[in-house]
Each structure stands twice: as C-alpha cells, then as structure tokens.
Design a protein around this ligand. Structure first.
Ligand code: XMP
Length: 276
C-alpha cells in the first residue's frame, strides 16, 4: 500500500512536518497507543478497528507496540490497521525501540516501513556508527521518520537515561538523556520520546531541541501525569493508551484529553509562555 507521505504543495515533507500538518488539520495532538489485548487474534483485530474508528476524530496518529505485532501478522492484519489509520488521515508510528547492530536494525526498519509505517521509534543507546546510521539512512531514502527514545517515564529510567555521564564535548558531568536530546538534533530525528512523569526533564529536553524536534510524551492519565502539565512542560504530542482504550467510553475520553490539550495550548500562546 502506498503511504500518505509525503508530497504536499509539490514539496517533499519530512515526518515531523506531516504530523504537524495532520494535527493542525484534525485539531488534535493526541497519538493513540493501540495496546489493546485479547487472546483471540481475530477478536483483537476487531477491537482495534472498533477503537480506531471510534476515536479517530480526536487523534492525529496511532502508535503500534510490539505486543500487538506479536499477536497479529505484520503482513496481514497490521497492514489492514495501518491502512485504516491512513484512510482516516492519521499518521502511524511503530514503537520498535530499535536497539541492535546496524544490519539487524536495517532489516527490522525495512520490514516495518514496507508494512506501511510512517515512522519508527529507536533507542539512541546504540549510537550512530554501526548502530542507528542505517536506520536514519533508510528513513531519509524513503521519507519516513525516526523518533528517538530520550527519557522513559518509569521510576527505574533514571538508572539509564538519567545516569550522570561525562559530556564528550564539554567534559562536564551531565545526565545521559541530555546527550540523547543533542543526538536527536544532530542526527535530524523527527521526534523524541520523553516521559511526561518527569516534567523537569521534559522541559530540559525542550530547551535543547526547541521547535526543531517535536516531543512525544507518554505517561499521562494511567501513569498519573496530567495532559495539561505535560504540554506546559514542553510536550508537542501526547501518547495515550489506557487512558483512552481502557475507559468505558473511549471516544469521550479521547475528546476530553484533546480539549484539555487544545485549551492549554491556546492559553500558553496567549501568555507568551517560555520554557524555563
Ligand atoms: P499508557 O497506557 O501508559 O501507554 O498511556 C503508553 C504507551 O507509550 C509506550 N511508551 C512509553 N510509555 N513511558 C511510557 O509510559 C515511556 O517512556 C514509554 N516509551 C514508550 C508504552 O509502551 C505504551 O504503548
């Protein structure tokens, strides 16, 4: 299937431009994490379709996780779900957390892009040379996006992403995730993932990447962070899973989160807010 990327007004667009345009058109900065689970793959597929159908007016994209890929077939049912999302003019992201050596990373990336995903999430821990170089090159060749996992939302994330290390440029001691945020800028990533449960870290990343690299923040609702605070801290897009699909009324929940985010963005725009 051809991808909704990427030619608009005769210009080739990067993924970050595509999702920006999509979110402006649909007036939503919410990316649905479709982490639904069911024993029977057919029932699971039907449930995914039902949820995407119901919440599509209130989201701008759908993020798929590895548990779903393990239960459904990448070359059949997952392609159908990607097609459904694209028909609704939503972008699709594969949360692959790519984290291996270059040729394996390329193989994984190629399979996900062939299936139709517009962007893929990768881990910067493996570095550029012989690590993520092939992933970025493949994405550039195909006008797809790479989103780097810069800081996670769980408690133990501070042991890796928050570990104090020596900055190779300044030789100063800084947290690891600051280097990852700088990598995202230097490598021209189309996004970074930063957990909303650490708002101070979110703001530190925003100060580094500015408007050049959008921030995708998971960790709201089910993990306790509020959508409003995440946006105030610097999130450009919120990744929301259980807060939408586990609710008794997914469509209403998605609309509520969308409205809260939109009104926060409006207020911030009026107040000449700066991330400090
Ligand atoms: P929930 O149900 O917590 O789903 O809204 C969040 C989604 O984002 C994925 N993901 C992360 N979640 N911290 C998170 O809380 C992270 O750092 C992170 N990175 C990715 C998660 O797998 C789920 O799909």
């Amino acid at each position: 299937m051809s991808i909704i990327l990427i030619e608009v007004d005769g210009l080739l667009q990067r993924f970050k431009d595509l999702i920006k345009k999509t979110s402006e058109n649909l007036e939503s900065n919410i990316v649905l994490a479709i982490d639904v689970d069911e024993k029977d793959p057919q029932v699971l597929l039907e449930k995914c379709v039902e949820i995407i159908d119901a919440v599509s007016p209130h989201i701008c994209g759908v993020k798929f996780g590895r548990p779903l890929i393990l239960k459904l077939s990448l070359n059949n049912q997952i392609r159908d779900l990607i097609r459904l999302a694209h028909e609704k003019k939503l972008v699709t992201i594969m949360d692959a957390k790519i984290n291996d050596v270059a040729h394996t990373n390329l193989n994984i990336t190629t399979q996900y892009f062939d299936a139709g995903f517009d962007a893929i999430i990768a881990s910067p821990f493996v570095g550029w040379d012989g690590g993520l170089d092939t992933v970025f090159q493949e994405a550039t060749k195909r006008n797809k996006g790479v989103i780097l996992l810069v800081h996670m939302s769980h408690k133990g994330a501070s042991q890796g992403y928050g570990r104090i290390v020596i900055d190779p440029d300044s030789t100063k001691k800084i947290p690891q995730f600051i280097i990852f945020a700088k990598n995202a800028l230097a490598w021209k990533a189309d996004g970074v993932v930063v957990g909303a449960t650490h708002p101070n870290n979110l703001t530190m990343v925003k100060q580094i990447v500015g408007e050049n690299v959008p921030i995708f923040a998971p960790g709201v609702i089910a993990q306790g962070a509020s959508p409003k605070d995440a946006v105030k801290a610097g999130a450009d897009y919120l990744i929301v899973g259980r807060g939408i699909f586990s609710s008794s009324e997914p469509e209403k929940s998605a609309q509520k989160i969308k409205d809260e985010v939109n009104s926060t963005i409006k207020k911030l725009a009026k107040s000449d807010f700066e991330y400090s």
